[in-house]
Design a protein around this ligand. Structure first.
Ligand code: 3SL
Ligand code: MG
Length: 233
């Protein structure tokens, strides 16, 4: 099994993901939100790229949907939730449909269409993601959402941890970039290097430390959401 890595939503090429098992990783914070919402009992999550698409879906829907997401890390005007995973509690999401648009994460999910499987990964469900990948038994691409088209340390470290979980159980062939993600994780098993990530600093400046603490917890959730046919279940 081969493991490759793409560094940002802007770097996804169809030929790199087609027929592969893709894991989309935006640990700060979109994929942490999605994993949390599904774990807390929401029916499904519909990821979209633009605010207009999100509003169209919600306006046409018969039952009430929850609108979530961010722009520049802040809640979008008129939306129900921001992009803080801590807002997606059972009380808020149980049996609901969430329509979400974020700057990088939902773009990375949509950009991965064409892959055989599109799993939603974060540190909070990393080990479960690795187990699912082993079960699927396809070549793997870890799609890092990155930050506004740029490489992002947070998603890269999270990828390194998923690789660590994989190689404990399986012989894998890593590309150079996948080896580098794993090397960085091995040098930072407590994730201390993540504090250098520009997006980590941005979230900290917004006084969202609780989000950072939550998103940096490993393996607190053992479900793996999957995107197919425009929805995440
Ligand atoms: O990039 C994204 O999709 C968001 O997760 C970014 S933020 O952490 O909510 O600012
Ligand atoms: Mg991010």
């Amino acid at each position: 099994m081969k493991v490759d890595l793409i560094i940002s939503a802007d770097d996804i090429k169809r030929e790199k993901v087609v027929d592969k098992s893709v894991v989309v990783i935006d640990m700060l914070r979109a994929t942490s939100v999605i994993v949390t919402a599904i774990n807390n009992g929401c029916n499904k999550v519909i990821p979209v790229v633009s605010i207009e698409e999100a509003l169209n879906i919600v306006n046409k829907a018969k039952e009430r949907h929850i609108l979530g997401g961010e722009r520049k890390a802040l809640k979008i005007e008129g939306f129900d939730c921001s992009n803080s995973p801590l807002e997606y509690t059972c009380e808020m999401v149980k049996d609901k449909v969430i329509v979400i648009t974020t700057s990088n994460g939902t773009r990375a999910i949509k950009g991965s269409e064409g892959a055989r499987n599109i799993l939603i990964g974060a540190l909070i469900n990393a080990k479960a993601v690795a187990e699912k990948l082993i079960e699927l038994n396809n070549d793997i691409v870890l799609v890092n959402a990155g930050t506004y088209g740029e490489f992002s340390i947070d998603d890269f470290l999270c990828s390194g941890y998923i690789i660590e979980c994989l190689i404990k159980n399986l012989d894998v062939e890593l590309t150079d970039i996948a080896k580098t993600a794993h090397y960085l994780y091995k040098a930072n098993p407590n994730l201390e290097f993540i504090e250098n990530a520009s997006h980590f600093k941005r979230i900290k400046e917004l006084n969202l430390e609780e989000d950072l603490i939550y998103c940096c917890k490993k393996d607190i959730i053992d479900i793996v959401p999957e995107y197919a046919d425009e929805v995440i279940l």
